[in-house]
Design a binder for this molecule. Structure first.
Ligand SMILES: O=C(O)CCC(=O)C(=O)O
Ligand SMILES: [Fe+2]
Length: 328
């Protein structure tokens, strides 16, 4: 028998631990899978296959997240980044400050040029990105969320592109502890059911670079701790139970929107601190599309004000520091 070769063998990096080998475990019983998932390290990397495996189901159910290694190829990552650079240019040239009601957050890069730090609906101006996020390879992810789930490129915040960088003017060197469910409550005005956030990662982020941190198991908390365990977006402190999600370019992560997570700031500054991620909404709620006429909602207005105030304080502190060093 001739083994069937995938047209695109997954890309692996030299320093990347191999994904967990499930080739002999694909027909595992749910109980067996649960037993094994309990024993696996929380840093286990999985392979995205044609179907979500019993072990992946069990791991996600237990801990609230999954890491899939190298789902996007280097040429696809380059395509997305060049599309994002083109869209960024368009936003700046045409002074577009919000897309479908979602404010774009700009800052200055290390060379003093305006740059986008967070943009919702990033596929609105890119057919290539729209085609990529709806590619057939993500079908098992969609089915995992629900047989009727759809990729909401025109719903919620659309495809969100984040670029975290640590500069004196950056609006978003980090992102405080939060659950994504709060945003969902704000959008739907009802308690959220299970929802998964699907994220693509573009940079090699080691534990010492900051990056995504999750508190495993918090997706099973009841509504009260979900809303109050920490101060949404304002608390940035390390948690003894947090797990760092180490990434290689092309990784895909799934996390339950009800779990607590944050992005820790990089200790580096400038280009070395750059971390880019892209989140795709998979939607099961009522279809509520947005377009150019959509107004910014109250939740986004508040978040926008918080982020911009933080950035202003940071800029002020930086100016004071510069003055003080000049005096000396
Ligand atoms: O950048 C990330 O990996 C996480 C972003 C995030 O949690 C969010 O935008 O809600
Ligand atoms: Fe989040």
């Amino acid at each position: 028998m001739v083994a069937q070769l995938s047209p695109h063998p997954p890309h692996r990096f030299d320093d990347e631990p191999a994904p967990y080998d499930e080739s002999e475990l694909l027909t595992m019983s749910p109980l067996g899978a649960r037993d094994l998932a309990l024993k696996l390290p929380l840093t286990t990397r999985f392979e995205l296959r044609d179907d979500i495996t019993p072990l992946q189901f069990a791991f996600l159910d237990l801990h609230g997240f999954l890491i899939f290694a190298g789902v996007l190829r280097p040429d696809e990552l380059s395509m997305i980044l060049s599309e994002m650079a083109r869209v960024e240019r368009k936003l700046i040239d045409e002074d577009i400050t919000s897309v479908c009601g979602v404010p774009v957050w700009f800052a200055l890069d290390p060379d003093g040029n305006r740059t986008v730090q967070r943009m919702g609906f990033s596929s609105y101006y890119s057919d290539k990105l729209e085609a990529l996020v709806t590619d057939a390879r993500f079908e098992p992810v969609r089915r995992l969320i629900g047989e009727d789930a759809r990729i909401g490129t025109r719903e919620k915040d659309g495809v969100v592109f984040n670029s975290y960088i640590n500069t004196p003017t950056s609006l978003r060197p980090n992102l405080g502890w939060h659950t994504d469910s709060l945003r969902d409550i704000a959008y739907n005005r009802e308690m959220p059911g299970p929802m998964l956030n699907v994220g693509f990662h573009f940079d090699r982020i080691k534990p010492e670079d900051g990056g995504l941190r999750l508190i495993p198991g918090t997706h099973k908390q009841s509504a009260w701790p979900m809303l109050t365990r920490k101060l949404h977006f304002l608390d940035n402190k390390e948690d003894k139970d947090e797990v760092m999600v180490e990434t290689w370019p092309g990784d895909l992560t799934l996390h339950d929107g009800r779990m607590w997570h944050r992005v820790k700031a990089s200790p580096h500054v400038g280009a070395k601190s750059l971390r880019r991620s892209m989140y795709v909404p998979y939607v099961v709620d009522r279809y509520q599309p947005k377009d150019a006429s959509t107004k910014t909602n109250a939740y986004m207005l508040v978040l926008d004000a918080v982020i911009k105030t933080k950035a202003m304080l940071k800029k002020r502190k930086h100016k004071k520091l510069l003055k003080a060093t000049r005096k000396r």
